[in-house]
Design a binder for this molecule. Structure first.
Ligand code: NAP
Length: 477
């Protein structure tokens, strides 16, 4: 990619320059890769105004046309998939093989959105079930809310934008998007493709700049009808507190766990656990952070896990053989090193890793970790995993549930009763039986409980969040 390419804001179908710019730095090389506009308050105002003006066009657009735009986007993105993956790798330091997977998933997400656009249906309501309702026929419609304010994180810069733009277009809403400051290039790229795909001017506006300024302006703007936010719990909670009467969808963080029951063939699942813990440097909302292993399997599990972890290759995200690269910025690396130090001071032992090679934090396994330590009870968002033993299943389930978060949890067991019992008792948005929690495909309902958020994504479910249910009653009396 061209060094120091100067990007523009997308407002009302035009690429607009602004007063202030900031340098975008590659997390891996530390080099400047682009100049990114910092939207002024007037820019944000214009973006919302454009979204407001496009509302009627989008709301009246027939479903087949909304689907058609998304289908065209799928074609364009498929053609440019490798370029898209390189953008993600460069701005997010996501290993290129993982970035390619993100692009394929993004294509899937927009495909699901195109399909979902054609089946936004209501239902008939039997009003005569209530005394006094005789002679009336009722049905429901789903109408677009109006303007969707979308605020997205750095870790899946293309697919998590797709989880907001896709259902918003499918439902006939307009959008003001603020991508994460570290990863705006992926969002601009999709903006270009959507214009080419025939999206009307003003239906998608992209404003960049810091979350605390630009994100906050979007959150407070009364013309916006829904804030759909994916990011960290503190920011999400702040948004919810400031959003007033707007609808708010929050997809937040987690310290996801898996339970490994007695009798499991660990050879079959150890590779998945290692990949769940260290993929994209652990910067995944459902990254595997805590592993609870039955005491009978504990020693062999540790031995095999360490063996597999040591095989991981650290390096440049653009090198196809790289498994683990740099964290998103050096502040994050410093934070994580401090958490590792706190863990050691609190009695935890480093089984492998724990230090930095160049800009890359080594995949780190910690044992004997007290649950009150940050590496266990907070979201670590780094290539760190804790492995502890348990004696009874009740104990293991309690350890998983002893968390402020509740996004997804996994349990490996051969016992159907144990599986069903865990499915009932684990307090999370999704339970995975015989899998790690780090599993997501893009049509499944996805979201958390507790500080992991509220509302669900996965196109069909986001469609519900992004539409208003309207009731129509015919009186035939
Ligand atoms: P973040 O720091 O919370 O930022 C997310 C977005 O919010 C960014 O665009 C950020 O802008 C913006 N923002 C920051 N302060 C804001 C404010 N006061 N008002 C409005 N917007 C504001 O999160 P991140 O570090 O990018 O992403 C990592 C987090 O996302 C982790 O906690 C992870 O678990 C979570 N996540 C959750 C899911 C899920 O589906 N549940 C998926 C992926 C990630 P700037 O970039 O300019 O600060």
């Amino acid at each position: 990619m061209n060094n120091r390419v100067k990007k523009k804001l997308l407002i009302d179908g035009n690429w607009i320059e602004t007063e202030e710019y900031t340098n975008l730095i590659s997390p891996y090389s530390g080099k400047v890769i682009a100049e990114i506009p910092i939207a002024s308050s007037e820019d944000v105002n214009m973006a919302v105004k454009a979204a407001e003006q496009a509302k009627e066009i989008m709301a009246k657009m027939p479903a087949h046309q909304r689907a058609g735009i998304l289908e065209k986007l799928v074609v364009l993105l498929t053609e440019k998939a490798e370029q898209a993956a390189e953008i993600i790798a460069l701005e997010a330091a996501k290993p290129i093989t993982t970035a390619r997977v993100e692009v394929s998933r993004t294509i899937q997400t927009y495909k699901f959105a195109a399909e979902e656009a054609k089946r936004i249906n209501g239902e008939t309501v039997p009003l005569d079930a209530a005394p006094g309702g005789e002679g009336r026929v009722a049905f429901t419609l789903r109408e677009p809310l109006g303007i969707i304010g979308a605020i997205t994180p750095f870790n899946f810069p293309m697919n998590l934008v797709a989880h907001k733009i896709g259902p918003a277009i499918a439902t006939g809403n307009t959008i003001v998007l603020k991508p994460a400051s570290q990863t705006p290039l992926s969002a601009f790229f999709i903006g270009e493709l959507l214009l080419e795909a025939g999206l009307p001017d003003g239906a998608l506006n992209i404003v960049t700049g810091s979350g605390s300024v630009v994100g906050e302006r979007i959150t407070l703007d009364e013309r916006i009808n829904l804030i759909t936010f994916t990011g960290s719990p503190p920011v999400g909670i702040g948004i919810r507190n400031k959003a007033g009467l707007k609808r708010v969808t929050l997809e937040l963080g987690s310290n996801s766990a898996v339970i490994v029951d007695n009798g499991i063939d660990i050879n079959k699942m150890i590779g998945r656990c290692v990949s769940g813990a260290f993929s994209y440097q652990g910067q995944v909302c459902i990254s595997l952070q805590r592993i609870y292993v039955h005491e009978n399997l504990y020693d062999s599990f540790i031995e095999k896990f360490l063996h597999e972890t040591k095989k991981l290759k650290l390096g440049d995200p653009l090198d196809p053989s790289t498994d683990v690269s740099a964290l998103i910025n050096t502040r994050e690396t410093d934070r994580v090193l401090a958490w590792i130090e706190e863990a050691q001071n609190g009695g935890a032992k480093i089984a492998v890793g724990g230090s930095v090679d160049g800009r890359v934090l080594q995949p780190t396994v910690l044992v004997d970790v007290n649950p009150s330590l940050k590496v266990s009870c907070q979201e670590v968002f780094a290539p760190i995993v804790t492995i502890e033993k348990f004696t009874t299943m009740e104990q293991a389930i309690n350890m998983v549930n002893d968390s402020r978060f509740g996004l997804q949890a996994g349990i490996y067991t051969n016992d159907i009763h144990t599986a069903l019992n865990a499915a009932e008792k684990l307090h999370v948005g999704g339970v995975l039986i015989n899998d790690i929690p780090t599993f997501r495909v893009d049509n499944m309902p996805y979201g958390g409980v507790k500080e992991s958020g509220m509302g669900r994504e996965g196109i069909k479910y986001a469609v519900e969040e992004m539409t208003e249910l309207k009731l129509i009653i015919f009186n035939r009396n």
